[in-house]
Design a protein around this ligand. Structure first.
Ligand SMILES: Nc1ncnc2c1ncn2[C@@H]1O[C@H](COP(=O)(O)OP(=O)(O)OP(=O)(O)O)[C@@H](O)[C@H]1O
Ligand SMILES: O=P(O)(O)O[C@H]1[C@H](O)[C@H](O)[C@H](OP(=O)(O)O)[C@@H](OP(=O)(O)O)[C@@H]1O
Length: 296
């Protein structure tokens, strides 16, 4: 670590007059590790913002005072603690209040807002993969899939999307009968070939960040004929799978628009469709949109 580590940096004079904000956070240790990087804490400190861990062994109201509560916790008890805290401290900004994100923690309801969008096909179309929710009884999955007319292969995803490791345990199924091995409740989505590249869009207010990531490769008819069974696959499109600087075949370089964590989705979608969105990626990548996590 260089002698002038980020911790020794003093806020510059103009910052010293700055209003100080305190963010109380309730995150899993994994999330703290991935999110609260020293660089972020240093940048925040230089802008008058400090992050303070919330102690789950003490009443939340005895802690702080906080200007913002940042959390990524679930569970009835925590929801109740947070709701009671919000009643007592209405001026504290609680990010992701439980009721506001409930529909995002279900892989069916999170897509409903996109499926319901009636956006004109301007320079692309917006859609979601054809999918089927299986609440229980794995033995009847093959019949349900046949009746729904879903095309193989299928991507199987836990219905609950609460940020737990289990909620990211995805599988790909090459034949219907192997589907009986799956563990409901789950969503079965038709696999959409997209050239092995997808875009993730992160939006908070006016701030938009588009990143390109490697994804699952296309599944050919030959793959389908030569594969059978259900296979768990790892997390393929996380930060380490960046394709931003990859030299991609032009036919692939923007084929599919996929995973959107959008806090103000409709404006974002319309700006893309209307061609008014001025960002790095060529408009033509707005060719075949599949929305999985459009967080509106
Ligand atoms: N219907 C689909 N067709 C093709 N590929 C898909 C489909 N659904 C998911 N994938 C692939 O699986 C990856 C993970 O899917 P998804 O984003 O739904 O799960 P997740 O657990 O929320 O992912 P993340 O690890 O990015 O949070 C996607 O990045 C994509 O590569
Ligand atoms: O592409 P990245 O790695 O940023 O994907 C994120 C994803 O957008 C979500 O933020 C995940 O958070 P959860 O929904 O809480 O799981 C991140 O998962 P994490 O377990 O790595 O925090 C993904 O990395």
């Amino acid at each position: 670590m260089s002698p002038c580590s980020i911790q020794t940096l003093q806020p510059s004079p103009q910052h010293q007059q700055q209003r100080q904000y305190v963010v109380g956070y309730a995150l899993t240790s994994k999330k703290v590790k991935s999110f609260l990087q020293p660089k972020l804490e240093g940048l925040a400190r230089n802008n008058g913002i400090s992050f303070v861990p919330i102690d789950h062994n003490r009443p939340l109201s005895d802690q702080g005072p906080f200007d913002v509560v940042l959390h990524k916790m679930t569970g009835r008890e925590w929801r109740q603690i947070l709701e009671e805290y919000r009643q007592i401290h209405p001026k504290v900004l609680v990010l992701d209040p439980p009721d506001a994100i409930k529909r995002l923690q279900n892989r069916q309801s999170m897509l409903q807002c996109v499926a319901d969008m009636n956006l004109s096909e301007f320079c692309g179309k917006v859609g979601v993969p054809r999918q089927l929710v299986i609440q229980r009884d794995a033995s009847s999955i093959p019949d349900f899939v046949a009746k729904a007319g879903l095309r193989l292969p299928l991507v199987a995803k836990p219905l609950v999307n609460d940020g737990s490791a289990k909620s990211h345990e995805l599988s790909i199924a090459y034949d219907r009968f192997s589907l009986q091995k799956l563990e409901p409740p789950l969503v079965l989505q038709e696999f959409v070939n997209h050239g092995g590249v997808l875009f993730k869009v992160f939006i908070v207010g006016e701030a938009i960040k588009v990143v390109r990531r490697f994804s699952l490769p296309n599944v050919t008819k030959r793959d389908l004929l030569s594969n059978a069974g259900v296979y768990r696959f790892p997390r393929v499109s996380c930060a380490a799978a960046s394709a931003d600087d990859a030299d991609l075949d032009p036919s692939v370089a923007g084929m599919m628009f996929y995973h959107v964590t959008v806090f103000e989705g409709t404006q974002f979608i319309e700006s893309f469709l209307l061609g008014t969105y001025s960002k790095d990626y060529p408009k033509n990548f707005v060719k075949d949109w599949i929305w999985e996590n459009a967080w509106v």
